[in-house]
Design a protein around this ligand. Structure first.
Ligand SMILES: [Zn+2]
Length: 405
């Protein structure tokens, strides 16, 4: 007698292989699928019908005449489902709709000053205060309206992912360290109460690393250093984001993996916003280079316009970055990805210099690859949305390595 569980697993497997094949190619005919996947035409037909009903597959243009008959081809409809990435900045809310290939199909930015503080240390279990609640209600209204504007059926909006300039608890439910935005203690419930879709929180550096992983499936192990005004870091192990987690059971457990920015670089050195002295952040932040009133673009144009050795400040800054990368590599001997706004102004010579300085400082003088981050627009917002897209595609395509962007 046939095992019904095994039959069902085989059906799922066949459907996933068909979906994966079409996802990885521009289009495919029934005959292509039958030949390439070794399936019978009735099996292909039956699965295509189910995939069409779910909206994932659409009929493509008819191919040229073959012996008087035209072969119908099928394509993956990347816009059939959407995820929304959201960033709540100091002055504005930015929303991106991301399709099943990780492409932004719609973007909106709204002016809305941030007041979504947490309830740190107040012993307040009631949730956010009235002012915060009004802010989050407004954010929810903006997101719901944005989602409606996409014209995607509500049950095909996979979810809303908030990229957070702060650390998020291992269970994604709460901001455990939000000193930059003053929102420590804010919960997913605060963010999502007025939203009609599933929601999650993700640390912005982790979100950026998600995007690196999605768009470059050649990445296996890497440490990411994001040179934003507030430095960020993330760790990728075995092609997946490493969230950390020790043997402790506290509420903050597992939330601070890859926080390179708070490694001590200079004992008792410059004050960091975290309250400690000598962290990586105050030394490697591009703010260390800025002169009064300068934008980052103006600052780097000035630096690159000066003599070949650049300014002393810049040399010092590159050296601190190199020291940080060397320290990270002593724990985790992987390739290193450098990203963030400041990295977009570094030329190839600057990156080669950082690499040279790292190797010179290494006990082993070992070679390694220093990659430039993808630096796609709105990277952390896109990466946040991918937290919904990636598992969905894995579900549809069976976690097969088929990403072609
Ligand atoms: Zn610090």
């Amino acid at each position: 007698m046939t095992d019904p569980t095994a039959t069902s697993a085989l059906k799922t497997h066949n459907r996933q292989r068909i979906a994966a094949f079409i996802y990885g190619h521009d289009s495919a005919t029934k005959q292509d699928l039958a030949t390439e996947l070794g399936l019978s035409l009735p099996t292909v037909t039956q699965n295509l019908r189910a995939l069409e009903e779910s909206g994932l597959i659409v009929k493509h243009e008819l191919l040229g005449s073959t012996g008087g008959r035209r072969a119908q081809s099928y394509a993956f409809d990347s816009g059939s489902h959407m995820a929304i990435g959201a960033s709540l900045g100091r002055d504005e809310v930015t929303l991106c709709a991301v399709d099943l290939r990780g492409h932004v199909t719609s973007r909106s930015s709204f002016r809305l000053p941030y007041v979504g503080g947490g309830h740190e240390g107040a012993g307040d279990q009631r949730g956010a205060g009235n002012r915060d609640a009004a802010y989050y209600a407004e954010v929810g209204h903006l997101i719901n309206a944005f989602a409606t504007s996409l014209g995607t059926a509500p049950d095909r909006i996979l979810g809303v992912a908030f990229t957070i300039q702060g650390l998020v608890s291992g269970d994604d439910q709460r901001i455990t360290f939000g000193t930059i935005m003053g929102n420590t203690g804010a919960t997913l419930e605060d963010f999502s109460r007025s939203i009609d879709y599933p929601a999650l929180l993700i640390h912005d550096s982790d979100a950026s690393a998600m995007a690196e992983l999605w768009f470059d499936d050649g990445i296996v192990d890497a440490a990411c250093l994001y040179l934003e005004r507030r430095i960020g870091g993330a760790v990728i192990i075995d092609g997946a984001l490493h969230r950390g987690g020790g043997s402790g059971t506290g509420p903050n457990e597992g939330s601070n993996s890859g926080t390179i920015e708070h490694m001590t670089l200079v004992p008792d050195g410059r004050l960091c916003y975290c309250g400690q002295h000598g962290c990586v952040d105050p030394y490697c932040s591009p703010e260390a280079l800025l002169r009064e009133g300068e934008s980052l673009a103006q600052c780097f144009a000035r630096i690159h316009g000066e003599d070949a050795d650049h300014t002393e400040d810049f040399r010092e800054w590159l050296t601190y970055i190199a020291q940080t990368v060397n320290n990270v590599r002593m724990v985790f001997g992987s390739d290193v990805i450098i990203g963030g706004e400041a990295s977009t102004f570094l030329d190839d010579e600057d990156l080669a210099e950082i690499r040279r300085l790292v190797i010179a400082r290494s006990a082993f003088h070992d070679d390694f690859i220093l990659r430039r981050s993808l630096c796609v627009a709105d990277q952390s917002i896109v990466g946040a949305a991918l937290r919904f897209v990636s598992p969905f595609i894995d579900h549809v395509c069976g976690n097969q390595n088929i990403r072609t962007i």
